[in-house]
Design a protein around this ligand. Structure first.
Ligand SMILES: C[S@@+](CC[C@H](N)C(=O)[O-])C[C@H]1O[C@@H](n2cnc3c(N)ncnc32)[C@H](O)[C@@H]1O
Length: 218
């Protein structure tokens, strides 16, 4: 949940070109659902694209589609050439995402899978190994998504996860949005595992929400 926007972010985003109509559509849909503040910001989206392009990913998985905003940044990072499987639990979110992606030049490269990602991820395994995954779904299940990624993302692949600060709850700050102990423990364990240098080369980027970026070494 993005609350107060830091001045650095305002400045950075003043330098980024306005988002295309298909992305504005995703934002509009998220606003209509009352969820505008949980989409990636333009600078976070740009970072996601940038990492995926640098890593030359062509087979990518996303957990947590919402209205398809981050999916568009992922497709752009793959230069419109790769395939994205984007997983979303809420049918209504997936429908909105489909409508926004229909307006994106690479939208047909996204396959939306509706259902609990812990189930749909298993059905996807036969398409792997994957070049990377973006984790932005149910916070309490981040550990389950990581367990799946450790089996199905290739050696040298990317694991990127958003909201890893849980608005400060991981270091004990009181937060506006209430997180339960299970969610907090899940994120603390998740960050700890990605920080294990025998398993990952990783960097935890201090974006407003915390974005963990890791290369899988095994
Ligand atoms: C933070 S939003 C994703 C935002 C999106 N990545 C973006 O930036 O445009 C989280 C999404 O995960 C979905 N979600 C929550 N639990 C899920 C689950 N168990 N399986 C799949 N999706 C889930 C929610 O319905 C919501 O749409």
């Amino acid at each position: 949940m993005r609350n107060e926007i830091p001045k650095a972010q305002v400045y950075i985003e003043s330098l980024i070109p306005q988002e295309a109509a298909s992305k504005q559509k995703s934002r509009q849909f998220a606003e209509e659902l009352g969820l505008g503040r949980i989409s990636l910001s333009p600078s976070e989206g740009q970072l996601l694209s940038f990492l995926i392009r640098l890593h030359k990913c062509r087979k990518f998985v996303e957990v947590g589609t919402l209205t398809g905003l981050s999916a568009q940044y992922i497709l752009e990072g793959m230069d419109g050439e790769g395939t994205l499987w984007s997983l979303e639990k809420a049918e209504v979110h997936a429908q909105k995402a489909q409508a926004a992606l229909a307006d994106h030049p690479a939208g047909s490269k996204a396959h939306l899978l509706v259902g609990d990602a812990r189930v749909t991820l298993e059905s996807l395994a036969s398409e792997g190994p994957f070049d990377g995954i973006f984790i932005d779904g149910n916070k309490a299940a981040y550990g389950d998504y990581l367990t799946w990624a450790e089996k199905n993302v290739r050696k040298g692949g990317l694991i990127i996860a958003d909201n890893v600060f849980l608005s400060g709850a991981v270091w004990g700050d009181p937060t506006q949005q209430k997180f339960n102990d299970k969610q907090i423990k899940a994120l603390q364990d998740f960050n700890k595992r990605l920080a294990d240098s025998t398993l990952y080369e990783s960097v935890l980027i201090p974006t407003a929400e915390g974005m963990n970026v890791a290369v899988k070494l095994f």
